[in-house]
Design a protein around this ligand. Sequence first.
Ligand code: FEO
Ligand code: CA
Ligand code: CA
Ligand code: CA
Length: 614
Amino acid sequence: GPGRPQKGLAFGAISPQPAARDAFVVPDGYRWRPVIRWGDPILRGAQPFDVARQTPEAQARQFGYNNDYLDILPFERQHALAGAQGRGKGPGRGTRGLLVANHEYTNPAIMFDASYDAATRRAIERAAHGLSVVEVRRRRTGTPWDYVADSRYNRRVHMTTEFRLTGPAAGSDLVRTVADPSGTRVLGTLNNCAGGTTPWGTVLSGEENYNGYFRTSGAGHDARYGLRDAATGYGWELDDPRFDARNPGYENEPNRFGWIVEIDPYAPDEPPVKHTALGRFKHEGANVILSRRGNAVAYMGDDERFDYVYKFVSSRTMRQGNSDGARRHNKTLLTEGSLYVARFTGDSPAAEIDGSGAVPSDGAFDGRGEWVPLVVDGRSAVPGMSLEEVLVFTRVAADQVGATKMDRPEDVEPNPVTGRVYVACTNNTSRGPAAVEAATEPNPRHTNRDGHVVEIVEDRDDAASLTFRWNLLLVAGDPATNASTYFSGYPKEKVSPISCPDNLAFDAEGNLWISTDGQPSTIQKCDGLFKVTLDGRERGRVEQFLSVPRGAETCGPLVDSTDRMVYVAVQHPGEDGSFDAQASFFPDYLTPGTPVPTGAFAGPRPSVVQVWRD
Ligand code: FEO
Ligand code: CA
Ligand code: CA
Ligand code: CA
Protein backbone atom coordinates (compact mmCIF):
# COMPACT_ATOMS: atom_id res chain seq x y z
CA GLY A 1 0.00 0.00 0.00
CA PRO A 2 1.04 3.63 -0.03
CA GLY A 3 3.99 4.17 2.30
CA ARG A 4 4.41 7.11 4.59
CA PRO A 5 5.53 10.17 2.67
CA GLN A 6 9.28 10.44 2.68
CA LYS A 7 10.47 13.00 5.22
CA GLY A 8 12.22 15.87 3.53
CA LEU A 9 13.90 16.06 0.19
CA ALA A 10 16.27 13.14 -0.52
CA PHE A 11 19.20 13.77 -2.86
CA GLY A 12 22.87 13.01 -3.35
CA ALA A 13 25.02 16.14 -3.31
CA ILE A 14 26.18 17.26 -6.77
CA SER A 15 29.82 18.01 -7.58
CA PRO A 16 30.81 21.68 -7.55
CA GLN A 17 30.88 22.96 -11.14
CA PRO A 18 33.86 24.87 -12.60
CA ALA A 19 33.22 28.62 -12.85
CA ALA A 20 33.18 28.67 -16.69
CA ARG A 21 30.50 25.95 -17.00
CA ASP A 22 27.33 27.17 -18.75
CA ALA A 23 24.91 24.61 -17.34
CA PHE A 24 22.10 24.27 -14.81
CA VAL A 25 22.93 21.13 -12.83
CA VAL A 26 20.59 19.18 -10.51
CA PRO A 27 21.03 15.91 -8.55
CA ASP A 28 20.48 12.48 -10.10
CA GLY A 29 16.78 11.73 -10.28
CA TYR A 30 15.71 15.37 -10.66
CA ARG A 31 14.72 17.42 -13.71
CA TRP A 32 14.45 21.17 -14.30
CA ARG A 33 12.60 23.59 -16.55
CA PRO A 34 12.01 27.35 -16.46
CA VAL A 35 8.64 28.58 -15.18
CA ILE A 36 9.09 32.02 -16.70
CA ARG A 37 11.89 33.95 -18.39
CA TRP A 38 12.86 37.57 -18.98
CA GLY A 39 10.57 38.92 -21.70
CA ASP A 40 7.79 36.34 -21.42
CA PRO A 41 4.46 38.18 -21.96
CA ILE A 42 2.33 38.36 -18.79
CA LEU A 43 -0.28 41.07 -19.35
CA ARG A 44 -3.19 41.01 -21.78
CA GLY A 45 -2.15 42.38 -25.15
CA ALA A 46 1.55 41.84 -24.46
CA GLN A 47 3.79 41.10 -27.40
CA PRO A 48 5.90 37.95 -27.49
CA PHE A 49 9.55 38.55 -26.62
CA ASP A 50 11.63 39.60 -29.61
CA VAL A 51 15.12 40.66 -28.67
CA ALA A 52 15.53 42.65 -31.91
CA ARG A 53 12.31 44.64 -31.44
CA GLN A 54 11.98 45.44 -27.75
CA THR A 55 10.16 48.63 -26.79
CA PRO A 56 9.49 50.16 -23.37
CA GLU A 57 5.77 49.44 -23.88
CA ALA A 58 6.42 45.77 -24.70
CA GLN A 59 8.80 45.31 -21.74
CA ALA A 60 6.27 46.86 -19.36
CA ARG A 61 3.89 43.99 -20.20
CA GLN A 62 6.54 41.26 -20.02
CA PHE A 63 8.41 39.56 -17.16
CA GLY A 64 11.30 41.84 -16.10
CA TYR A 65 15.05 41.30 -15.94
CA ASN A 66 17.29 39.85 -13.20
CA ASN A 67 14.81 38.11 -10.94
CA ASP A 68 15.95 37.94 -7.28
CA TYR A 69 13.30 37.35 -4.57
CA LEU A 70 10.87 34.56 -5.37
CA ASP A 71 7.86 32.95 -3.77
CA ILE A 72 4.84 31.07 -5.09
CA LEU A 73 1.83 31.64 -2.86
CA PRO A 74 -1.18 29.33 -2.75
CA PHE A 75 -3.86 30.64 -5.11
CA GLU A 76 -6.53 30.55 -2.41
CA ARG A 77 -5.50 33.23 0.04
CA GLN A 78 -6.87 31.38 3.08
CA HIS A 79 -4.19 28.73 2.46
CA ALA A 80 -1.47 31.38 2.44
CA LEU A 81 -2.68 32.50 5.84
CA ALA A 82 -3.22 29.08 7.35
CA GLY A 83 0.20 27.84 6.35
CA ALA A 84 2.29 30.92 6.95
CA GLN A 85 3.54 30.12 10.45
CA GLY A 86 5.41 26.85 10.53
CA ARG A 87 5.21 25.93 6.86
CA GLY A 88 8.08 26.31 4.50
CA LYS A 89 7.28 28.84 1.85
CA GLY A 90 5.65 27.75 -1.37
CA PRO A 91 2.35 26.86 -2.97
CA GLY A 92 1.85 23.64 -1.01
CA ARG A 93 0.16 20.81 -2.82
CA GLY A 94 -2.26 22.88 -4.89
CA THR A 95 -2.47 23.20 -8.65
CA ARG A 96 -2.76 26.99 -8.87
CA GLY A 97 -0.39 29.56 -7.40
CA LEU A 98 0.72 33.18 -7.52
CA LEU A 99 4.38 33.63 -8.38
CA VAL A 100 5.97 36.85 -7.11
CA ALA A 101 9.45 37.91 -8.23
CA ASN A 102 11.71 40.97 -7.97
CA HIS A 103 13.62 42.48 -10.89
CA GLU A 104 16.72 43.97 -9.31
CA TYR A 105 18.68 45.55 -12.16
CA THR A 106 19.56 45.36 -15.87
CA ASN A 107 22.62 44.31 -17.92
CA PRO A 108 22.37 46.45 -21.10
CA ALA A 109 25.62 45.07 -22.57
CA ILE A 110 24.02 41.64 -23.06
CA MET A 111 20.35 42.70 -23.47
CA PHE A 112 20.59 44.94 -26.56
CA ASP A 113 22.21 44.76 -29.97
CA ALA A 114 23.76 47.86 -31.54
CA SER A 115 20.51 48.92 -33.25
CA TYR A 116 19.03 50.50 -30.12
CA ASP A 117 19.67 54.16 -29.33
CA ALA A 118 20.72 54.95 -25.77
CA ALA A 119 17.50 56.69 -24.71
CA THR A 120 15.31 53.77 -25.89
CA ARG A 121 17.60 51.33 -24.14
CA ARG A 122 17.29 53.24 -20.87
CA ALA A 123 13.49 53.41 -21.16
CA ILE A 124 13.34 49.64 -21.70
CA GLU A 125 15.61 49.17 -18.68
CA ARG A 126 13.25 51.22 -16.50
CA ALA A 127 10.39 48.98 -17.62
CA ALA A 128 12.48 45.85 -16.88
CA HIS A 129 13.00 46.85 -13.20
CA GLY A 130 10.50 46.29 -10.39
CA LEU A 131 8.30 43.32 -9.53
CA SER A 132 6.10 40.76 -11.25
CA VAL A 133 3.08 38.80 -10.05
CA VAL A 134 2.12 35.88 -12.32
CA GLU A 135 -0.44 33.12 -11.89
CA VAL A 136 0.92 29.58 -12.37
CA ARG A 137 -0.97 26.32 -12.91
CA ARG A 138 -0.23 22.60 -13.20
CA ARG A 139 -2.20 19.41 -13.71
CA ARG A 140 -1.39 17.80 -10.38
CA THR A 141 0.85 18.17 -7.36
CA GLY A 142 4.55 17.31 -7.72
CA THR A 143 4.57 18.12 -11.44
CA PRO A 144 6.00 21.22 -13.12
CA TRP A 145 4.10 24.48 -13.51
CA ASP A 146 3.28 26.67 -16.48
CA TYR A 147 2.53 30.36 -16.14
CA VAL A 148 -0.86 31.76 -17.16
CA ALA A 149 -0.34 34.57 -19.67
CA ASP A 150 -3.69 36.32 -19.20
CA SER A 151 -4.63 35.89 -15.51
CA ARG A 152 -6.31 38.88 -13.92
CA TYR A 153 -3.79 38.53 -11.04
CA ASN A 154 -0.81 39.13 -13.33
CA ARG A 155 0.89 42.41 -12.62
CA ARG A 156 3.99 44.38 -13.56
CA VAL A 157 5.35 46.99 -11.18
CA HIS A 158 8.01 49.27 -12.73
CA MET A 159 9.24 52.85 -12.64
CA THR A 160 5.90 54.49 -13.39
CA THR A 161 3.85 52.43 -10.92
CA GLU A 162 2.48 54.54 -8.06
CA PHE A 163 3.41 53.54 -4.50
CA ARG A 164 2.02 54.95 -1.25
CA LEU A 165 4.47 55.92 1.50
CA THR A 166 3.27 54.84 4.96
CA GLY A 167 4.47 55.32 8.52
CA PRO A 168 5.94 58.19 10.51
CA ALA A 169 8.19 59.67 7.76
CA ALA A 170 5.43 59.70 5.12
CA GLY A 171 4.47 63.28 4.32
CA SER A 172 7.48 64.71 6.17
CA ASP A 173 9.67 67.51 4.78
CA LEU A 174 12.37 64.94 4.06
CA VAL A 175 10.35 63.10 1.38
CA ARG A 176 8.46 65.90 -0.40
CA THR A 177 9.30 66.90 -3.97
CA VAL A 178 7.92 69.41 -6.43
CA ALA A 179 6.14 66.54 -8.20
CA ASP A 180 4.72 65.18 -4.93
CA PRO A 181 4.17 68.01 -2.42
CA SER A 182 2.24 65.55 -0.22
CA GLY A 183 5.31 63.37 0.32
CA THR A 184 3.13 60.27 0.15
CA ARG A 185 3.11 59.11 -3.50
CA VAL A 186 6.25 57.71 -5.11
CA LEU A 187 6.63 56.52 -8.67
CA GLY A 188 8.50 53.24 -8.93
CA THR A 189 10.79 51.01 -6.92
CA LEU A 190 14.51 50.41 -7.44
CA ASN A 191 17.04 47.62 -7.14
CA ASN A 192 14.62 45.22 -5.45
CA CYS A 193 16.83 42.48 -4.12
CA ALA A 194 15.59 39.86 -1.67
CA GLY A 195 12.36 39.89 0.31
CA GLY A 196 10.02 37.84 2.43
CA THR A 197 6.45 36.61 2.53
CA THR A 198 4.46 37.77 5.57
CA PRO A 199 2.30 35.58 7.83
CA TRP A 200 -0.71 37.48 6.45
CA GLY A 201 0.04 36.55 2.84
CA THR A 202 1.71 39.64 1.36
CA VAL A 203 5.21 39.98 -0.06
CA LEU A 204 7.96 42.32 1.17
CA SER A 205 10.79 43.49 -1.06
CA GLY A 206 14.02 45.35 -0.23
CA GLU A 207 15.15 48.42 -2.19
CA GLU A 208 18.90 47.86 -2.07
CA ASN A 209 21.50 49.77 -4.13
CA TYR A 210 19.14 52.61 -5.10
CA ASN A 211 22.02 55.09 -4.78
CA GLY A 212 23.32 53.97 -8.17
CA TYR A 213 20.36 55.60 -9.95
CA PHE A 214 20.75 59.15 -8.61
CA ARG A 215 23.13 62.00 -9.16
CA THR A 216 23.09 64.26 -6.10
CA SER A 217 24.96 67.24 -4.64
CA GLY A 218 26.87 64.84 -2.37
CA ALA A 219 26.02 67.01 0.65
CA GLY A 220 24.51 66.06 4.02
CA HIS A 221 24.25 62.33 4.62
CA ASP A 222 24.70 61.47 0.92
CA ALA A 223 28.16 59.92 1.36
CA ARG A 224 26.88 57.55 4.08
CA TYR A 225 24.45 56.20 1.48
CA GLY A 226 26.89 56.14 -1.44
CA LEU A 227 25.14 59.06 -3.21
CA ARG A 228 27.55 61.26 -5.21
CA ASP A 229 27.82 64.18 -7.57
CA ALA A 230 28.82 62.08 -10.55
CA ALA A 231 27.14 60.71 -13.67
CA THR A 232 25.37 57.41 -12.90
CA GLY A 233 25.98 54.16 -14.72
CA TYR A 234 22.28 53.95 -15.67
CA GLY A 235 22.16 57.52 -17.04
CA TRP A 236 18.50 58.05 -16.17
CA GLU A 237 19.27 61.60 -15.03
CA LEU A 238 19.49 62.38 -18.75
CA ASP A 239 15.83 61.40 -19.21
CA ASP A 240 13.95 62.55 -16.09
CA PRO A 241 14.85 65.44 -13.75
CA ARG A 242 13.99 63.44 -10.62
CA PHE A 243 17.07 61.25 -11.05
CA ASP A 244 19.28 64.34 -10.66
CA ALA A 245 18.67 65.53 -7.11
CA ARG A 246 20.65 68.69 -7.79
CA ASN A 247 17.57 69.91 -9.68
CA PRO A 248 15.50 72.37 -7.59
CA GLY A 249 12.48 70.59 -6.14
CA TYR A 250 13.99 67.10 -6.48
CA GLU A 251 16.53 67.26 -3.62
CA ASN A 252 14.52 64.65 -1.67
CA GLU A 253 13.84 62.20 -4.50
CA PRO A 254 16.58 59.76 -3.32
CA ASN A 255 14.94 59.77 0.15
CA ARG A 256 11.91 58.10 -1.44
CA PHE A 257 13.93 54.94 -2.20
CA GLY A 258 15.79 52.57 0.12
CA TRP A 259 12.64 51.29 1.85
CA ILE A 260 10.88 47.99 2.44
CA VAL A 261 8.05 47.59 -0.08
CA GLU A 262 4.87 45.55 0.59
CA ILE A 263 2.62 44.21 -2.19
CA ASP A 264 -0.55 42.14 -1.85
CA PRO A 265 -0.63 39.63 -4.72
CA TYR A 266 -4.26 38.82 -3.89
CA ALA A 267 -5.30 42.46 -4.48
CA PRO A 268 -4.14 43.21 -8.02
CA ASP A 269 -5.70 46.68 -8.08
CA GLU A 270 -4.25 47.87 -4.76
CA PRO A 271 -1.18 50.15 -4.93
CA PRO A 272 1.97 48.72 -3.34
CA VAL A 273 3.39 50.61 -0.35
CA LYS A 274 6.77 51.64 1.06
CA HIS A 275 7.02 51.39 4.86
CA THR A 276 9.04 54.20 6.44
CA ALA A 277 8.69 52.67 9.93
CA LEU A 278 11.22 49.98 8.94
CA GLY A 279 13.98 52.51 8.27
CA ARG A 280 15.95 53.48 5.18
CA PHE A 281 19.18 51.79 4.17
CA LYS A 282 20.38 49.40 1.46
CA HIS A 283 17.68 46.90 2.30
CA GLU A 284 18.49 43.35 1.24
CA GLY A 285 15.04 42.14 2.31
CA ALA A 286 12.79 41.62 5.34
CA ASN A 287 11.45 38.46 6.92
CA VAL A 288 8.58 38.46 9.41
CA ILE A 289 7.78 36.09 12.25
CA LEU A 290 5.27 36.64 15.08
CA SER A 291 6.33 37.36 18.66
CA ARG A 292 4.77 35.40 21.53
CA ARG A 293 2.13 38.14 21.86
CA GLY A 294 1.50 38.16 18.10
CA ASN A 295 3.45 41.29 17.08
CA ALA A 296 4.97 41.23 13.60
CA VAL A 297 8.76 41.12 13.95
CA ALA A 298 10.71 41.90 10.76
CA TYR A 299 14.44 40.99 10.57
CA MET A 300 16.51 42.96 8.06
CA GLY A 301 20.07 43.30 6.75
CA ASP A 302 21.84 46.38 5.32
CA ASP A 303 24.09 44.91 2.62
CA GLU A 304 27.21 47.03 2.80
CA ARG A 305 30.64 46.35 4.24
CA PHE A 306 30.59 47.26 7.96
CA ASP A 307 26.83 47.84 8.06
CA TYR A 308 24.17 46.52 10.37
CA VAL A 309 21.45 44.00 11.23
CA TYR A 310 18.06 45.48 12.23
CA LYS A 311 14.69 44.38 13.51
CA PHE A 312 11.28 46.04 13.63
CA VAL A 313 8.57 45.08 16.16
CA SER A 314 5.04 46.21 15.33
CA SER A 315 3.00 48.04 17.98
CA ARG A 316 -0.14 46.11 17.12
CA THR A 317 -0.61 42.35 16.93
CA MET A 318 -1.68 40.25 13.98
CA ARG A 319 -5.38 39.50 13.68
CA GLN A 320 -6.10 35.87 12.84
CA GLY A 321 -8.49 34.83 10.11
CA ASN A 322 -8.92 35.66 6.50
CA SER A 323 -11.74 38.20 6.51
CA ASP A 324 -11.26 41.40 4.54
CA GLY A 325 -11.19 43.24 7.88
CA ALA A 326 -8.39 41.05 9.28
CA ARG A 327 -6.37 41.46 6.11
CA ARG A 328 -6.85 45.23 6.13
CA HIS A 329 -5.66 45.36 9.75
CA ASN A 330 -2.65 43.12 9.13
CA LYS A 331 -1.53 45.25 6.20
CA THR A 332 -1.16 48.19 8.65
CA LEU A 333 1.15 46.28 11.05
CA LEU A 334 4.34 47.59 9.44
CA THR A 335 3.28 51.23 9.71
CA GLU A 336 3.89 51.66 13.45
CA GLY A 337 6.30 50.15 15.94
CA SER A 338 9.83 50.02 17.31
CA LEU A 339 13.07 49.77 15.35
CA TYR A 340 16.26 48.22 16.74
CA VAL A 341 19.82 47.57 15.56
CA ALA A 342 21.95 44.63 16.68
CA ARG A 343 24.99 44.80 18.97
CA PHE A 344 26.90 41.49 19.21
CA THR A 345 29.36 40.81 22.06
CA GLY A 346 31.87 37.95 21.86
CA ASP A 347 32.85 35.84 24.87
CA SER A 348 36.31 34.60 23.79
CA PRO A 349 39.66 36.12 24.80
CA ALA A 350 40.26 39.08 22.48
CA ALA A 351 43.78 37.89 21.61
CA GLU A 352 42.30 34.72 20.10
CA ILE A 353 40.27 36.70 17.56
CA ASP A 354 43.26 37.44 15.35
CA GLY A 355 41.65 37.38 11.90
CA SER A 356 43.00 33.92 11.06
CA GLY A 357 39.61 32.27 11.52
CA ALA A 358 41.02 29.78 14.04
CA VAL A 359 38.35 28.61 16.49
CA PRO A 360 38.86 30.25 19.92
CA SER A 361 39.80 28.16 22.96
CA ASP A 362 36.22 28.16 24.29
CA GLY A 363 35.33 26.10 21.22
CA ALA A 364 33.03 28.47 19.34
CA PHE A 365 32.56 31.90 17.90
CA ASP A 366 29.72 32.93 20.16
CA GLY A 367 28.41 35.33 22.76
CA ARG A 368 25.49 37.53 23.70
CA GLY A 369 23.77 40.42 22.03
CA GLU A 370 21.22 43.15 22.42
CA TRP A 371 18.76 44.99 20.21
CA VAL A 372 19.61 48.66 20.67
CA PRO A 373 16.58 50.94 20.24
CA LEU A 374 16.45 53.56 17.47
CA VAL A 375 12.69 54.09 17.66
CA VAL A 376 10.48 52.96 20.56
CA ASP A 377 6.72 52.92 20.01
CA GLY A 378 6.85 55.67 17.44
CA ARG A 379 9.30 57.96 19.31
CA SER A 380 12.97 58.60 18.46
CA ALA A 381 15.38 56.91 20.87
CA VAL A 382 18.44 58.63 19.35
CA PRO A 383 19.60 61.88 20.98
CA GLY A 384 19.64 64.82 18.59
CA MET A 385 17.64 63.11 15.85
CA SER A 386 13.90 63.49 15.22
CA LEU A 387 11.75 60.46 14.49
CA GLU A 388 11.68 61.36 10.78
CA GLU A 389 15.47 61.76 10.70
CA VAL A 390 16.03 58.38 12.36
CA LEU A 391 13.81 56.70 9.77
CA VAL A 392 15.17 58.48 6.67
CA PHE A 393 18.83 58.46 7.80
CA THR A 394 18.76 55.18 9.70
CA ARG A 395 22.43 54.40 9.04
CA VAL A 396 23.44 57.65 10.73
CA ALA A 397 21.24 56.86 13.73
CA ALA A 398 22.69 53.35 14.04
CA ASP A 399 26.24 54.74 13.85
CA GLN A 400 25.47 56.89 16.91
CA VAL A 401 24.26 54.07 19.15
CA GLY A 402 27.24 51.76 18.65
CA ALA A 403 25.79 48.97 16.52
CA THR A 404 28.07 46.09 15.46
CA LYS A 405 29.69 46.47 12.04
CA MET A 406 29.02 43.29 10.07
CA ASP A 407 30.46 41.72 6.93
CA ARG A 408 27.67 42.70 4.48
CA PRO A 409 24.51 41.24 6.04
CA GLU A 410 22.23 39.94 3.25
CA ASP A 411 19.20 37.79 4.17
CA VAL A 412 18.30 37.79 7.88
CA GLU A 413 15.66 35.13 8.26
CA PRO A 414 13.89 33.36 11.13
CA ASN A 415 13.47 29.59 10.88
CA PRO A 416 9.69 29.10 11.06
CA VAL A 417 10.18 25.70 12.70
CA THR A 418 12.52 26.74 15.56
CA GLY A 419 12.33 30.56 15.68
CA ARG A 420 16.14 30.80 15.52
CA VAL A 421 17.33 33.59 13.20
CA TYR A 422 20.10 33.27 10.59
CA VAL A 423 22.22 36.10 9.17
CA ALA A 424 24.03 35.56 5.85
CA CYS A 425 27.18 37.73 5.95
CA THR A 426 28.20 37.42 2.33
CA ASN A 427 31.83 38.67 2.48
CA ASN A 428 33.96 41.69 3.38
CA THR A 429 37.34 41.94 1.73
CA SER A 430 37.96 45.29 3.46
CA ARG A 431 38.07 43.98 7.02
CA GLY A 432 41.54 43.95 8.56
CA PRO A 433 43.87 45.61 11.01
CA ALA A 434 44.57 48.57 8.74
CA ALA A 435 40.94 49.10 7.67
CA VAL A 436 37.76 50.43 9.30
CA GLU A 437 37.84 47.59 11.77
CA ALA A 438 39.77 44.37 12.36
CA ALA A 439 38.23 40.93 12.98
CA THR A 440 35.70 40.59 15.80
CA GLU A 441 34.20 37.40 17.22
CA PRO A 442 31.00 37.73 15.11
CA ASN A 443 33.11 38.63 12.01
CA PRO A 444 36.24 36.61 12.73
CA ARG A 445 38.28 36.92 9.53
CA HIS A 446 40.40 39.61 7.96
CA THR A 447 39.86 39.84 4.16
CA ASN A 448 36.69 37.76 4.52
CA ARG A 449 36.25 36.66 0.90
CA ASP A 450 33.95 33.72 1.59
CA GLY A 451 31.55 35.03 4.23
CA HIS A 452 29.86 33.33 7.18
CA VAL A 453 26.46 32.64 8.76
CA VAL A 454 25.42 33.85 12.22
CA GLU A 455 22.76 32.04 14.27
CA ILE A 456 20.73 34.13 16.75
CA VAL A 457 18.64 32.60 19.55
CA GLU A 458 16.32 35.23 21.05
CA ASP A 459 16.01 35.09 24.84
CA ARG A 460 12.84 33.31 26.02
CA ASP A 461 12.49 32.19 22.38
CA ASP A 462 10.51 35.38 21.81
CA ALA A 463 11.12 37.37 18.63
CA ALA A 464 10.22 40.55 20.55
CA SER A 465 13.01 39.97 23.08
CA LEU A 466 15.64 42.72 23.43
CA THR A 467 18.51 40.32 24.22
CA PHE A 468 19.83 37.16 22.56
CA ARG A 469 22.56 34.55 22.33
CA TRP A 470 24.46 34.08 19.08
CA ASN A 471 27.02 31.78 17.49
CA LEU A 472 28.53 31.22 14.07
CA LEU A 473 26.99 28.28 12.21
CA LEU A 474 29.48 28.39 9.33
CA VAL A 475 32.63 30.21 8.34
CA ALA A 476 32.44 29.55 4.61
CA GLY A 477 34.99 28.62 1.95
CA ASP A 478 36.53 25.55 0.35
CA PRO A 479 37.90 23.53 3.27
CA ALA A 480 40.30 21.71 0.93
CA THR A 481 42.25 24.91 0.39
CA ASN A 482 41.19 27.20 3.25
CA ALA A 483 42.07 26.35 6.85
CA SER A 484 39.92 29.18 8.25
CA THR A 485 36.63 27.45 7.39
CA TYR A 486 34.35 26.18 10.16
CA PHE A 487 31.20 24.04 9.98
CA SER A 488 30.03 23.89 13.60
CA GLY A 489 32.47 21.02 14.14
CA TYR A 490 31.11 18.82 11.34
CA PRO A 491 33.98 17.01 9.53
CA LYS A 492 35.25 19.40 6.87
CA GLU A 493 36.16 16.66 4.41
CA LYS A 494 32.49 15.69 4.13
CA VAL A 495 30.96 19.07 3.21
CA SER A 496 30.35 20.70 -0.16
CA PRO A 497 32.55 23.79 -0.52
CA ILE A 498 30.44 26.97 -0.20
CA SER A 499 31.25 30.68 -0.48
CA CYS A 500 29.41 34.04 -0.37
CA PRO A 501 26.08 33.07 1.28
CA ASP A 502 23.32 35.44 0.16
CA ASN A 503 19.70 34.20 0.32
CA LEU A 504 18.28 31.84 2.94
CA ALA A 505 15.26 29.54 3.05
CA PHE A 506 13.91 26.75 5.25
CA ASP A 507 12.13 23.54 4.36
CA ALA A 508 9.23 22.07 6.33
CA GLU A 509 11.69 19.94 8.34
CA GLY A 510 13.53 23.08 9.52
CA ASN A 511 16.70 22.57 7.45
CA LEU A 512 18.46 25.71 6.25
CA TRP A 513 19.01 26.26 2.52
CA ILE A 514 21.59 28.80 1.35
CA SER A 515 21.99 30.26 -2.13
CA THR A 516 25.26 31.92 -3.06
CA ASP A 517 26.45 34.96 -5.02
CA GLY A 518 30.14 35.19 -5.84
CA GLN A 519 31.67 31.71 -5.83
CA PRO A 520 33.26 32.08 -9.30
CA SER A 521 35.61 34.77 -8.00
CA THR A 522 36.40 33.12 -4.65
CA ILE A 523 36.44 29.32 -4.91
CA GLN A 524 36.30 29.24 -8.75
CA LYS A 525 32.98 27.37 -8.82
CA CYS A 526 29.60 28.33 -10.23
CA ASP A 527 27.12 29.60 -7.64
CA GLY A 528 24.57 27.20 -6.25
CA LEU A 529 22.00 26.12 -3.70
CA PHE A 530 23.06 24.21 -0.58
CA LYS A 531 21.22 22.37 2.20
CA VAL A 532 22.60 22.80 5.73
CA THR A 533 21.55 20.49 8.54
CA LEU A 534 21.01 22.51 11.73
CA ASP A 535 20.29 19.96 14.45
CA GLY A 536 21.74 16.78 15.85
CA ARG A 537 25.07 15.15 15.08
CA GLU A 538 25.01 16.36 11.48
CA ARG A 539 24.74 20.05 12.39
CA GLY A 540 26.95 21.98 9.98
CA ARG A 541 26.73 19.42 7.17
CA VAL A 542 26.58 21.30 3.84
CA GLU A 543 25.32 19.50 0.70
CA GLN A 544 25.09 21.14 -2.71
CA PHE A 545 21.70 20.64 -4.40
CA LEU A 546 22.07 22.58 -7.63
CA SER A 547 24.47 24.73 -9.63
CA VAL A 548 23.54 27.73 -11.81
CA PRO A 549 25.15 28.68 -15.14
CA ARG A 550 28.26 30.74 -15.68
CA GLY A 551 28.04 34.31 -14.40
CA ALA A 552 24.75 33.77 -12.55
CA GLU A 553 23.95 34.09 -8.86
CA THR A 554 21.37 31.81 -7.25
CA CYS A 555 18.45 33.76 -5.76
CA GLY A 556 15.10 33.43 -4.05
CA PRO A 557 15.36 29.78 -3.12
CA LEU A 558 12.04 28.17 -2.37
CA VAL A 559 12.21 24.60 -1.07
CA ASP A 560 8.82 22.90 -0.91
CA SER A 561 9.92 19.59 0.54
CA THR A 562 6.37 18.34 1.17
CA ASP A 563 5.79 18.67 -2.58
CA ARG A 564 9.38 17.59 -3.36
CA MET A 565 9.97 20.66 -5.52
CA VAL A 566 12.65 23.34 -5.44
CA TYR A 567 12.55 26.72 -7.15
CA VAL A 568 15.30 29.27 -7.75
CA ALA A 569 15.58 32.62 -9.51
CA VAL A 570 18.63 32.55 -11.77
CA GLN A 571 19.94 36.11 -11.84
CA HIS A 572 22.43 37.66 -14.31
CA PRO A 573 23.45 34.48 -16.20
CA GLY A 574 26.31 35.22 -18.61
CA GLU A 575 26.86 38.68 -17.17
CA ASP A 576 30.50 38.62 -18.28
CA GLY A 577 29.56 38.37 -21.98
CA SER A 578 28.55 40.95 -24.58
CA PHE A 579 25.64 40.94 -27.02
CA ASP A 580 27.83 39.68 -29.86
CA ALA A 581 29.82 37.26 -27.71
CA GLN A 582 27.37 35.90 -25.18
CA ALA A 583 28.83 33.88 -22.30
CA SER A 584 25.68 31.90 -21.52
CA PHE A 585 22.77 30.45 -23.48
CA PHE A 586 20.65 29.62 -20.44
CA PRO A 587 17.89 28.50 -20.27
CA ASP A 588 17.00 27.60 -23.86
CA TYR A 589 20.43 26.37 -24.97
CA LEU A 590 19.73 26.56 -28.69
CA THR A 591 22.10 24.24 -30.51
CA PRO A 592 25.00 26.19 -32.07
CA GLY A 593 24.90 26.08 -35.87
CA THR A 594 21.14 25.58 -36.14
CA PRO A 595 18.82 28.41 -37.25
CA VAL A 596 17.48 30.49 -34.37
CA PRO A 597 13.66 30.24 -34.33
CA THR A 598 11.76 33.50 -34.87
CA GLY A 599 11.64 35.52 -31.67
CA ALA A 600 14.11 33.24 -29.92
CA PHE A 601 17.25 34.70 -28.44
CA ALA A 602 20.64 33.00 -28.56
CA GLY A 603 21.74 34.54 -25.29
CA PRO A 604 20.96 34.30 -21.59
CA ARG A 605 17.54 35.08 -20.11
CA PRO A 606 17.28 35.45 -16.34
CA SER A 607 14.56 32.96 -15.36
CA VAL A 608 12.65 31.34 -12.53
CA VAL A 609 13.48 27.62 -12.59
CA GLN A 610 11.58 24.70 -11.06
CA VAL A 611 13.27 21.44 -10.10
CA TRP A 612 11.20 18.31 -9.53
CA ARG A 613 11.70 14.68 -8.82
CA ASP A 614 11.62 12.65 -11.99
FE1 FEO B 1 21.30 42.43 -4.17
FE2 FEO B 1 22.68 42.20 -1.27
O1 FEO B 1 22.33 41.52 -2.89
CA1 CA C 1 33.34 32.17 22.05
CA1 CA D 1 21.27 39.42 -2.39
CA1 CA E 1 24.78 39.48 -3.14
